[in-house]
Design a protein around this ligand. Structure first.
Ligand code: HXC
Length: 514
């Protein structure tokens, strides 16, 4: 091919020469992999195709800082991950702090547009100082273009963001609009305004870590869903998450045949709920005994721990699990747990993932704090999410199912497809103590021994009212089952609900409580 081929090779060499030893060292010394190493690790070997590797930066100069690089600080393209097609981009902190200029943004929006056209997931590996200062408003517009596409792609293709360094300023809002956020421990942070601004405006001394590190966002703010010890483990986490997801909202999630028998009778489930209704247990033990091979991929594990959500499979079907956690705050619903579960349900519904609810909930958490912070508005998010979801929705009532929480946790009245109850289920307007205090106030006031009388009345209430059989007789529970049969029953039901089809009234969109 002669001269033209030589020119082609020279350009390839130029690309490789961008990365000298110092380049790798700089990033490795920060405890991070380079943008390209991350891409190589994410995609199946040799499958990555890079787009726009040679585009130069837009230029521009402020305070003597110019912008120049080819590729403009982001690697963008597509390939296969676990054999399935996906798009991704990876920001290069070594190029102007991974900051986002016009060309950098255009590469990202190109990938977003192609992913949307082709119905494929987008994975964003973020390591960025935010809008590139020297390019001014053009970089702000770049972010605007990315955000618009994040919103258009929401519920159409899965969007996953990984924060693998700073995500400052504009860099935080694209992840916030995507479905899941991963962070690395100690090397990533997210904030809209950094420690310097916080110091200037509020006179507060904070470090990047205390302001917006992985711990803060996975335990306190709930902004991020997953934390991993380093880049390599985080990338494995993304790959695992993708195994549960369809490529777009028209496909079904992957069906993965299992050698865990669908007729497995799990006798240990009979003893998992303690006799004493006030005694806690770990609902994750129930989940693991029911699902295929005990494999459960938990989402937002360290945030609002009174509710457990995550992905798993039963009989090969991918499912989303929502479960009250009696081990934390007795499994009661508060603001954070309502929002956590609502968002997860919205995701499952967008991507055709059936939802299995394991219920043991004494009610909404009472108190001035919760009321003043808006438990009404926030609890409504969960109610709205369950009600709107049209995917198969199955409930297993393990123990408590009281009051408003009974209704919200996928009751048949709001559209739950099928409700199983274990014999330990207690379904009523309120728990025995509260109910007896109200119903028998007079008798208790007049009793010689009110403590003994209350004990007796509570036992009677539990026996006559707070059980699964009244709800069963009224059809609000479809079947009271032997706990050992839970897996078998869910397997059968998932098969029967596989072709479920429900359409909602025509509308532009509902007005979800916010
Ligand atoms: C241009 C930037 C940059 C930016 C970093 N750099 N951020 N260049 N625009 N936004 C450059 C630095 O000049 C430096 O270049 C190199 O990247 C590495 O940065 P350092 O500061 O040396 O690194 P480090 O100490 O690790 O600190 C990283 C950082 C810090 C925390 C990200 O750089 C920082 O605070 N940057 C600004 C963050 C920010 O406030 N962004 C908001 C932008 S406004 P040299 O040449 O010296 O190597 C915004 C608005 C959008 O995003 C809002 C939408 C809602």
């Amino acid at each position: 091919m002669g001269v033209s081929y030589d020119k082609f090779l020279a350009r390839q060499k130029q690309l490789a020469e961008q990365y000298d030893e110092k380049y790798y060292e700089k990033q490795h010394n920060r405890g991070k992999l380079t943008a390209r190493e991350r891409i190589i690790m994410l995609f199946d070997e040799g499958s990555f195709e890079e787009i726009d590797a040679f585009v130069p930066s837009a230029g521009g100069s402020t305070f003597g800082k110019t912008t120049s690089s080819f590729g403009d600080g982001v690697i963008a393209g597509f390939g296969t991950i676990n054999g399935r097609q996906a798009y991704a981009y990876s920001q290069d902190f070594n190029v102007m702090g991974g900051s986002l200029g016009a060309v950098h943004a255009a590469k990202i929006t190109k990938v977003q547009d192609m992913a949307l056209k082709t119905g494929l997931p987008v994975i964003a590996l973020i390591d960025s100082g935010g809008a590139r200062i020297q390019e001014g408003v053009a970089s702000l517009n770049g972010y605007a273009n990315i955000f618009r596409r994040n919103v258009l792609a929401s519920g159409v293709v899965p969007q996953i963001s990984a924060i693998m360094g700073p995500a400052a300023g504009g860099a935080v809002y694209s992840p916030a609009l995507t479905d899941f956020i991963f962070m690395t421990e100690g090397t990533s942070y997210m904030f809209v305004t950094g420690p310097d601004v916080v110091r200037q405006v509020l006179n507060e001394d904070v470090t990047p870590e205390t302001l917006g590190g992985a711990k803060v966002h996975t335990t306190k703010s709930g902004v991020a869903n997953f934390v991993y010890s380093d880049d390599a483990n985080l990338i494995l986490g993304i790959k695992r998450l993708l195994t549960f997801l369809p490529s777009n909202n028209i496909e079904n999630p992957p069906f993965v045949p299992t050698d865990d028998p669908t007729d497995r009778i799990e006798e240990s489930l009979r003893d998992i709920v303690p006799e004493d209704p006030d005694k806690p247990y770990d609902v994750r033990d129930v989940i693991r005994l029911v699902v295929d091979k005990g494999r459960f991929f938990e989402v937002s594990e360290n945030y609002a721990e009174n509710i457990v959500v995550g992905f798993s499979r039963i009989g090969g079907y991918t499912i989303g699990v929502v479960a009250n956690q009696p081990k934390v705050m007795a499994g009661s619903l508060d603001i954070d747990s309502s929002v956590k579960a609502a968002r997860f349900i919205n995701f499952c519904d967008s991507f055709n993932i059936p939802i299995i609810t394991f219920e043991d909930v004494p009610g909404f958490l009472p108190g001035t704090d919760q009321e003043h912070e808006g438990i009404i508005r926030n609890g409504a998010k969960l109610l709205y999410a369950y009600t709107r979801a049209t995917v198969p929705k199955i409930t297993v009532i393990l123990r408590k199912s009281y009051g408003g929480a009974y209704i919200v946790m996928n009751s048949k009245g709001i559209g739950g497809d099928y409700t199983f109850a274990w014999p330990t289920a207690e379904i009523a307007v309120m728990g025995p103590d509260g109910a007896i205090a109200i119903l028998c106030r007079k008798e208790l006031a007049e009793a010689e021994d009110p403590v003994a009388l209350k004990k007796e009345l509570v036992a009677k209430y539990r026996d006559e009212v707070a059980n699964p059989y009244i709800a069963d007789e009224k059809g609000f529970v479809d079947e009271v089952i032997d706990p050992a049969m839970t897996r078998v029953k869910i397997c059968r039901l998932l098969k029967s609900l596989d072709k479920k089809s429900v359409s909602l009234p025509r509308r532009k969109h509902g007005n979800t409580p916010l």
